[in-house]
Design a protein around this ligand. Structure first.
Ligand SMILES: N[C@@H](CCC[C@H](N)C(=O)O)C(=O)O
Length: 280
């Protein structure tokens, strides 16, 4: 932690998208990143920190409106976070007086826009459907992984393992999630989705997130689940997902997987110098 931040404290914003909650740190004026794995882990602690599913740090960008980095609550980095992308895009759009923005993430350049009903729609890019990109440990059929339950692997800039089950609401997510997250098939671990079909354009989905655990919604997971459902012939390319925290609408278009959903502002805060200083 830089000396001046340890002395002054660090400003943050708390947001959520369909109950997937975030701490957002805006480092555009500072220019350089302040988040470290130690800060992410300490801040992600719901008892001793602020608590979040993901931490998102905004940095300046030359060829886009901003750069966005994601961290899980265990202090690990994530290459994609759909709901944080929607929330932070809304914040930057309001700040810049725009109704659409472009951003750079580890995945590449993404685009987001505010819809007339105030939801935010983001293009999460094309799904990664080859085993190296997910990534998986060795060559295999991504649409039929060699695991009980016959799941589908989909990369959305981060790895997802999607199970189609009779009733996602009845799945023991906490019991099954950790073992699959750490299965040797996934060299970078994986997010785990359990989905059931409500209709040809309607799914129920629950999630165990890599590096965080159970969350009320996962945007990249919703995209991966919609892609997997279409590949399995269960739905069309446009689908609504019912998550524990709300609804997300997915549209798998030629230019990528678009996801629309709500964004919410919760509070702003200032991390105490004692908190940030203890991490120096
Ligand atoms: N909540 C997210 C996904 C966050 C990252 C994930 N846990 C990972 O490690 O890949 C979303 O909305 O996409």
């Amino acid at each position: 932690m830089e000396k001046d931040l340890a002395a002054e404290g660090l400003r943050f914003l708390k947001m959520h998208g369909a109950g997937n909650d975030f701490v957002v740190i805006d480092s555009r004026q500072r220019g350089s990143a302040v988040v470290t794995p130690a800060l992410a882990k300490a801040l992600g602690d719901r008892n001793r920190g602020v608590g979040f599913d993901q931490l998102a740090e905004i940095r300046p960008a030359e060829a886009a409106d901003f750069t966005l980095d994601f961290w899980n609550s265990d202090g690990s980095r994530a290459g994609a976070c759909g709901n944080a992308t929607r929330c932070v895009s809304d914040y930057v759009m309001r700040d810049l007086g725009k109704t659409s923005v472009t951003l750079l993430t580890a995945r590449g350049r993404l685009a987001a826009e505010r819809l007339e009903d105030d939801r935010v729609n983001v293009n999460m890019g094309p799904p990664q459907l080859d085993w190296q990109s997910v990534p998986l440990a060795r060559e295999m059929d991504v649409q039929h992984l060699p695991l009980p339950g016959d799941p589908v692997a989909v990369g959305m800039g981060n790895p997802h393992c999607v199970f189609f089950v009779a009733d996602a609401g009845a799945e023991d997510i906490a019991g099954r999630g950790p073992g699959i997250e750490h299965d040797p098939l996934f060299p970078q671990r994986t997010n785990v989705e359990f989905a059931s079909v409500i209709g040809p354009d309607h799914l129920r989905m629950r999630v165990w997130e890599r590096g965080t655990g159970i969350t009320l919604a996962c945007g990249s997971g919703a995209c991966a689940t919609a892609v997997a459902a279409h590949l399995r012939g269960l739905t069309g390319r446009q689908v609504r997902l019912e998550l524990d925290g709300g609804q997300l609408d997915i549209d798998w278009r030629e230019d990528g997987v678009w996801m629309a959903g709500p964004v919410a502002y919760v509070f702003e805060g200032l991390l105490s110098p004692a908190f940030t200083g203890a991490l120096s």
